[in-house]
Design a protein around this ligand. Structure first.
Ligand SMILES: *Cc1c(COP(=O)(O)O)cnc(C)c1O
Length: 383
């Protein structure tokens, strides 16, 4: 039985050419012409003024916090419903995360919860130094509302657009609406460099500060001089070669991801118990992963799909429930109600969304899901 993966790399066929160029010209070191070209492509694609290629999306988040001067004891607000990489860099800086719940429409940061959290922080004179907003699964957050709040308190937003490269919000690319944005080119993302990331901003000074920190914070001097503690966070010129070729197919990958979503959604059109997460709020999604919520137990569905060699995943387990983050403050979407992020975790899954999947494979996923969920629907009726 063939294995149907959730989201794996999909090569364009041109990757070897750029990698070979790097090797034959001996640009094997980090940095080099491929890295420069990756940064140019990131600016061109997003319309950002400046970009910095990094060796991971996590590094790009970490650098943005460092440039903003986030340090020991500072507070940083972060969306709770996300992957741990959004929040980990807060702790790398010795800062204190405060987690913000999601709203039910986009599944991203709730402006209601953010508003309450900011008000309370202001009263306690502990306003955050930054707010990390995530555009999960390619769906844009409610940026107008979030930006209005952040601007009111004069707090920079960092957009974690790791999953949303190519998505737009009211025509604006994700990653370009806040102070800075980050993308990931990890193997499971819409395009990949095997491992890598990108920091973008319209503030060229911000990017130049990040560039310095990312290369061990060397000062211009005839000897090694360091005023600040730096990092080794740059992208390699070889992996950047993969990324150049991948950028060339990004537009078609977005179309393919959208086709995959539309296929699943059409297949289950009349279903009462499966709710596909559609784009809302002016978002044009890259549909990195097709996601849905259901009346079934998603853990059961995931296990049954697994028995058929089909990989599915539960939705993100929110940060405020993680043992390593539990002790930090959390603001729910609606006071006194079960947090939206917890409801999503308890009811949702991601379906295989690899762009190289054949029509036959997609059909097998849909048939199997239909079989499992219809059967359990019948069981519920019988009980
Ligand atoms: C993948 C991902 C990251 C981290 O990117 P890496 O390149 O793997 O470090 C950060 N945030 C979110 C939401 C992600 O999905």
């Amino acid at each position: 039985m063939v294995h149907i993966p959730l989201s794996i790399p999909h090569m364009s066929g041109n990757e070897m050419k750029y990698m070979e160029e790097a090797l034959s010209s001996n640009w094997v070191a980090p940095l080099g012409p491929n890295v420069d070209e990756m940064e140019r492509l990131a600016c061109e694609f997003t319309g950002s003024k400046a970009a910095l290629a990094t060796n991971s999306g996590t590094a790009a988040i970490h650098l943005s916090l460092a440039v903003l001067g986030v340090g020991a004891g500072d507070v940083v607000f972060c969306q709770s419903f996300t992957f741990a990489a959004s929040a980990n860099p807060i702790l790398y800086q010795g800062a204190v995360p405060v987690f913000i719940d999601s709203e039910p429409e986009t599944w991203n940061m709730s402006p209601e919860a953010l508003s309450r959290a900011l008000k309370e922080a202001e009263e306690q004179q502990k306003l955050p130094k930054a707010i990390i907003v995530v555009h999960l699964y390619g769906q844009c957050a409610q940026m107008d509302e979030l930006l209005a709040l952040a601007n009111h308190y004069d707090i920079p937003i960092i957009e974690d657009a790791a999953e949303s490269l190519g998505s737009t919000y009211k025509g604006r690319p994700t990653g370009t609406m806040g102070k800075a944005g980050i993308f990931s080119f990890n193997g499971n993302k819409i395009i990949t460099t095997s491992g890598g990331g990108m920091l973008v901003s319209d503030d060229t000074d911000f990017i130049e500060k990040a560039r310095k920190l990312a290369t061990q914070a060397k000062e211009i001097a005839p000897y090694y001089l360091h005023q600040n503690v730096g990092f080794n966070y740059r992208m390699s010129n070889i992996t950047a070669g993969i990324g150049i070729a991948q950028f060339g197919v990004l537009t078609s990958r977005i179309r393919q991801k959208r086709d995959i979503f539309n296929y699943y959604q059409q297949y289950f059109k009349g279903s009462n118990n499966l709710q596909f997460h559609q784009e809302t709020c002016g978002s044009h999604n890259n549909y990195w992963l097709t996601t849905l919520t259901m009346t079934e137990n998603p853990m059961m569905v995931m296990q049954e799909m697994g028995k058929n060699n089909i990989e599915t995943r539960l939705l993100w387990n929110p940060m405020h429930l993680q043992p390593c983050f539990k002790k930090f403050d959390f603001f729910e979407h609606a006071e006194g109600e079960k947090p939206v992020s917890e409801k999503l975790f308890a009811t949702g899954i991601c379906l295989p969304s690899t762009t190289s999947l054949t029509g036959e494979a997609l059909r097998k996923v849909a048939d199997t899901l239909a079989h499992i969920t219809v059967r359990s629907e019948r069981n519920t009726v019988l009980q």
